[in-house]
Design a protein around this ligand. Structure first.
Ligand SMILES: Nc1ncnc2c1ncn2[C@@H]1O[C@H](COP(=O)(O)OP(=O)(O)OP(=O)(O)O)[C@@H](O)[C@H]1O
Length: 266
């Protein structure tokens, strides 16, 4: 991380209300290229709302989103994609009856330029698919079989590979290891580390604090729509994180502990 550079993505004092519910209250968050930031919090803490805001699905009532220091108005997922932000949602949107290549290029298929009618350029898509999978060290034995024969980890990997086809600078992952077994979970965590090694900024929502401790350079804790803590890798214990999530530890106390340990804090 180079703190002299503006963050690749900055959420600045974002607030969102749904009727009487304050889903987010003046939440700020910055991320630099080559960083993994985990977003944690109990159910209803505001994680999804924050991700939707960054993804252009939900407009903030107050506050700003800046990309490389420039404030942007993200009014749709298309705006977010154009700004280099891609999101992989929990449902993955992988079609079981389509193979890996078809899933990777869904809605962005390559066509032969010289045919009068539209004719898919399967060879070019296959070549690019192999390249993308190899780049992220994703192993799928046969990219021509329907996705219903893939494991949960492979499906998640295909969804992540699809998100990076456009070479985004920021990748948001919503619960990427939920419902995965040990080996598949490791596979996905490795994939996140490779995204980081490629210099992308990765924001991961996770309820799994073991995964968070393993993969995140920083952890941002939300509680009831407020950012209550922000701690760096190795500067917190699992118990402190749980306390911050559940409200057993005050914001000030968590911040003071982080300060004492030299971590980033709220
Ligand atoms: N479209 C909506 N309309 C009304 N209230 C909403 C809407 N979306 C979210 N909320 C409320 O905003 C708050 C934050 O919800 P959000 O889904 O962002 O939390 P979360 O941290 O992602 O929770 P979970 O881990 O359960 O997914 C909750 O109180 C939720 O009920």
């Amino acid at each position: 991380m180079n703190n002299n550079e503006p963050p690749i993505l900055e959420v600045r004092n974002v607030s969102i209300r749904f009727g009487g519910v304050a889903a987010l209250t003046k939440v700020s968050l910055s991320i630099w290229p080559g960083e993994v930031v985990a977003l944690v919090g109990d159910n209803g803490a505001g994680k999804s709302t924050l991700v939707k805001t960054i993804s252009g699905i939900q407009s903030p009532d107050e506050g700003e989103i800046l990309v490389s220091g420039t404030p942007l108005s993200l009014k749709s997922p298309h705006d977010a994609n154009a700004a280099g932000i891609q999101t992989v949602y929990q449902d993955l949107a992988i079609c079981d009856n389509l193979d890996t290549v078809q899933n990777l290029f869904l809605g962005r298929e390559y066509y032969h330029p010289w045919y009068k009618g539209r004719r898919l350029d399967r060879a070019r898509m296959e070549a690019r698919a192999k390249e993308v999978l190899a780049n992220l060290d994703v192993k799928i034995r046969d990219i021509n079989v329907p996705a219903n024969s893939l494991s949960g980890g492979q499906r998640q990997s295909v969804a992540i590979c699809r998100s990076i086809l456009t070479d985004p600078r920021v990748v948001l992952l919503d619960e990427p290891t939920a419902a995965l077994g040990v080996a598949q979970r490791k596979q996905v965590l490795n994939l996140i580390e490779r995204l980081r090694a490629q210099g992308r900024a990765v924001i991961v929502i996770s309820h799994d604090l073991g995964d968070v401790q393993q993969v995140a350079d920083r952890v941002v804790v939300l509680r009831l729509g407020n950012k209550v803590a922000e701690v760096s890798r190795g500067k917190y214990t699992r118990e402190e994180l749980v306390s911050a999530i559940t409200g057993m530890i005050s914001n000030e106390e968590m911040a003071a502990r982080s300060r004492n340990e030299g971590a980033a804090h709220v």
